[in-house]
Design a protein around this ligand. Structure first.
Ligand SMILES: Cc1cc2nc3c(=O)[nH]c(=O)nc-3n(C[C@H](O)[C@H](O)[C@H](O)COP(=O)(O)O)c2cc1C
Length: 152
């Protein structure tokens, strides 16, 4: 199975998380591909892969600039992604309590509205927690991948 990590970021934290997962989880899947969201559309979900949305949150609960095109494309009328299985890593900061981690939550809403299936809970990281996300995210991903493969 291939894991495709789609990265939405402004200041590279989400990319650091994706790189940590690529290093730590290589033994669990056939291939891991880390892809920045720049210029992507919903067509990225056509591949036979397991998808991981790894994104931060900006503005007032918005997806980062490099994720806008992909996010908007998921609103296409009649778009259907029934065979797509995905997980979500949502980075945010609890100093924005009204919109905490909404970037990831927004992707989850759009993907599930298109009939895609989320596996597991959304993993959130709080930039105000005083911990770096890379290690805990990679540990979460190992469990998540094990469950995803057991259910496929
Ligand atoms: C200008 C600005 C706006 C932000 N807005 C939000 C927000 O609305 N909700 C939230 O949970 N986090 C918000 N954040 C926090 C970031 O999502 C968080 O720091 C994240 O780890 C950054 O990841 P990145 O480096 O991959 O972009 C904001 C950060 C900045 C600098």
């Amino acid at each position: 199975m291939k894991l495709k990590i789609l990265v939405g970021t402004m200041t590279s934290t989400a990319d650091d998380v994706a790189q940590a997962i690529e290093m730590d989880c290589a033994d669990l899947v056939d291939q891991i591909e880390v892809t920045p969201m720049e210029g992507l559309s919903h067509r990225v979900f056509a591949e036979d892969a397991l998808y991981l949305i790894c994104t931060s949150t900006y503005g007032t609960g918005d997806v980062p600039d490099n994720a806008q095109d992909l996010y908007e494309s998921l609103d296409a009328p009649g778009l259907s992604l029934p065979g797509v299985r995905y997980g979500v890593i949502a980075l945010g900061d609890s100093i924005y309590p009204q919109t905490f981690c909404h970037g990831g939550l927004r992707f989850d809403e759009r993907l599930s509205a298109c009939g895609a299936q989320r596996l597991g809970d959304i993993w959130r990281h709080d930039a105000s927690s005083g911990t770096d996300p890379e290690g805990p995210a990679a540990a979460w991903c190992r469990d998540w991948l094990a469950q995803a493969m057991a259910s496929s």
